[in-house]
Design a protein around this ligand. Structure first.
Ligand SMILES: [Zn+2]
Length: 258
């Protein structure tokens, strides 16, 4: 290694539960987070995400020619979430009926497989800008959780935007369509977009899907229409974000705004 290799790492974004950061470091470097290899571009650009209940201290190591040239301690801020306990609900409304379990299992599997394809998108689409996928009142926030009859349900991993049926949903960033389905059991009309290095966004309960798998789309492209398909109580857009298996809060995608 040349004696003067300096990383000069620059972090953009908040280091917080549900958050995402954009990191610029030395071109040609490798990166490890708590010992685990992270995808990095040749230009030294990579993303890190922090889950709903993150490890509060995480160690980021920048390596060049197999030597650690910079070590950064990330102090991840915790958040508290709204937890709602509801008792006395009819049991059959707490869990999906037995007859749907096979279908749900297969649907989850194909969604997961499509998301894994996002790892192979080398193009850093997320670097081209960001806009909101729809404008409307927020009716559900990331991280909240319901406990029904004492049973903790999966936390709400996304943001709900309340809008009339048929409202436009646009791509918030450039990307590739990884998955579309007209009627998944829980999420109804569903689109998943890939934006590079494993970053995906998802759009649920749609009444119309206006893109096809493998289509490359630009920020602002009309991808679908708001609906209430799947298990939705009324028309709204559920918008989700994942980075390599970590489910993040869409509100932090604003770091990509130009
Ligand atoms: Zn939702």
């Amino acid at each position: 290694m040349s004696s003067g290799a300096h990383a000069k790492t620059i972090i953009r974004g908040e280091i917080i539960a549900g958050g995402i950061i954009l990191v610029n470091t030395l071109p040609g470097a490798n990166v490890r987070l708590d010992g685990e290899e992270i995808l990095i571009s040749d230009q030294g650009i990579f993303l890190l995400g922090f889950q709903r209940e993150p490890k509060t201290i995480q160690i980021l190591e920048i390596l060049y020619e197999n030597k650690i040239i910079e070590k950064i301690t990330l102090n991840v801020k915790k958040r508290s979430y709204n937890i709602q306990k509801i008792n006395g609900i009819e049991e059959k409304k707490v869990d999906p009926p037995q007859s749907f379990l096979d279908r749900i299992y297969l649907e989850r599997k194909s969604v997961k497989e499509s998301r894994n394809q996002a790892l192979f998108i080398k193009e850093l689409y997320y670097n081209n800008g960001f806009t909101q996928p729809a404008e409307g009142p927020i009716s559900g926030v990331y991280g909240s959780q319901r406990i029904l009859n004492g049973k903790a349900k999966s936390p709400h991993y996304g943001v709900d935007i309340a809008l009339p049926e048929g409202s436009n949903v646009i791509a918030p960033m450039d990307g590739v369509v990884l998955f579309t389905h007209n009627n998944l059991y829980f999420s109804g009309g569903t689109i998943i977009l890939g934006h590079g290095q494993g970053l995906t966004t998802s759009y649920l309960h749609l009444s119309k899907i206006l893109v096809k798998k493998d289509e490359v789309i630009k920020m602002g492209h009309l991808i679908g229409k708001v609906g209430s398909t799947g298990r939705a109580t009324g028309p709204h857009l559920h918008w989700g974000v994942e980075l390599n298996g970590k489910r993040l809060d869409p509100k932090y995608l604003s770091i990509f705004q130009k």
